[in-house]
Write a protein that binds this ligand. Sequence first.
Ligand code: ZN
Length: 388
Amino acid sequence: MLVRMNYKYEMFPNEEQMQTLDSWLSICRQQYNSALLDKQRFYQKNQTGLSRTQLQKQQKADKQKIPFLKTIPSQPLQEVFFRLDERTRTSLKGVHVIQKIKKHKDYNSLTFTQFGGEKRHVKSKTTGEVKRRDVRYAASLDENNHLLISKLGAVYVNFHRPLEGKVKQVTIKRQGSRWFAIFSVERHVNEMAEFPVQSTGVDVGIQKFAVLSDGTTVENPKFLLKEEKKLRRAQKKLSRMKKGSSNWKKQLQKVQQLHIKIANQRRDFLHKLSFRLSKTYKFVFVEDLTIRNIVKNRHLAKSIHDAGWGTFCHMLKYKCKNNGGELISVKPHYTTQDCSGCETRVKKSLSVRTHVCKSCGIVLDRDHNAAINIEKGGLALLNLSPTA
Ligand SMILES: [Zn+2]
């Protein structure tokens, strides 16, 4: 089976390259914003969308008039419209994404949709002779394993783990003052994977990160809590400073660095956990936590958000898939209320942490009970019976 996966590495552009990348990002952002306005205007007038092809045509014409559009390779410039399309599709699906003009801080990446090179028939300008030649795309790796970007040059990338598979595209991302290259690769994976256990249900915890249906609890990592405390303190300090002063600027950078550190640590934790689950269980069941459900309870919403549940499910989904298993969302149907032993409904408020069933006598941690119900629901969906 062929799967797509991402590898993220830190890259180190020099001062001049950083300035160039910054300017490219602002060009892309400007293209994004003006295309968004064009789309909205067009819609108001014609009740129909402005297609990507039309936008690209406009961009091509603009390039003749606006020289700075030529300072950036055309791939990332065109990719901007894919992003708009993506957003529009999501909003059509019923998830209400209000498309907003992107501010500087919100636009931090550009994507080269092709990578490496190909053999192409090239006609010589002088002799007119047609020859098959290697043609490099705007983004590739050079002989020193540096990331080679046209109009930018070669940039050192710290490949801290090997890049495996065929690179299909690369995204360059600015995070605070650091830069990252995210390679999207295609890889063949083993479909005949063996799993120690058939399935599990995972419930999102409130105090804990998650609880599995076999009763395993996954705590929120302590180091993260510590760093988050540090961040809150740093933010408080920042808010007391005079905005724009040199101390404020210094403190702002501190806050941004902490944000990045925490995000990286959290991602690392989520990667490890999702990897472990995907290797252990063929089917992983989670509750389908739609936006509507979450908004009902703001406290819960915050903790789910903080715990990075969405990111986690996303990682788990592709890791399961890559490993030959599957992540399946189950409709949340009284998963916390119903007894996992006898299906009697036992109503409880959010503050009640233990499930006590008077009908069958079961006493379980609230989240454990829910996790068992999630697994049951999932197995019923697949017409499978529990193995444990
Ligand atoms: Zn019961």
